[in-house]
Design a binder for this molecule. Sequence first.
Ligand code: DGL
Length: 264
Amino acid sequence: MTKIGVFDSGIGGLSVLNEALRQFPGHEYIYLADSANAPYGERPDEWITNRSLKLCTWLIEKQHCEAIVVACNTATAQAIAIIREHFSNTPIIGVEPGIKPAAAISPKKKIGVLATQSTLSSEKFKHLLDSLVGDCQFISQAGVGLVPLIERGDLNDPELEKLITDYVQKVLDFGADTLVLGCTHYPFLIPIINKNFGDQLHLIDTSSAIIQQLGRKAQIEPRKGATEVKLFSTGDSNLILKQTNQLIQALNPTIQINASSIII
Ligand code: DGL
């Protein structure tokens, strides 16, 4: 059994954890949500770097995690290099907007990237765009205001629906046929996007590829036996427990989940 740490600014990384539980049951997962400090996406780069390193240090040194998934595009963009430098013996898996898979499937080669302001203006994202050969055109759309509304846990909030539909409409007005969900909070919005826009856009979420990468780097296999999930939140642990139960126990009711609040 391997102990795997997963962290995000809040509940967004649950979309990644969910995929990990699907591909690699039988392990122990420690999920850390920094909900007291979300959103990260409009904070200064240095703050995000220091905070991400601190959370990762807690997962490795206090919780003894043997592999880490940085389930946050913003934290990956700003901090993965320094985290890897500090913990060179621990597999550290990051997430990044899936522009390569988007380029591979976009019929018109016109792609929208919805991500936080911090991710879109990072050097890492610029390099990612530069590394793409071919003739794709991109429109970058910052999802300002989405994360705090998703963190509240009410996905039926009309304010949230208005905001996401405005952003998606801008991407469609550009002529895009493919939309990259470049923040781990955004897969929660897929039902709203589908409801409002039907099949006008291919949606790209890279959770599955990230977890395949976890399997390779941490050399883990699916195991028989109990899967344990321990949730820690710097915010309201009841809220994260509720979200996780909706998302994860629907998938497999035998998974043992508990949640605690924590100050880091
Ligand atoms: N879920 C995060 C991401 O993937 C962070 C969003 C935020 O806190 O602004 O970028």
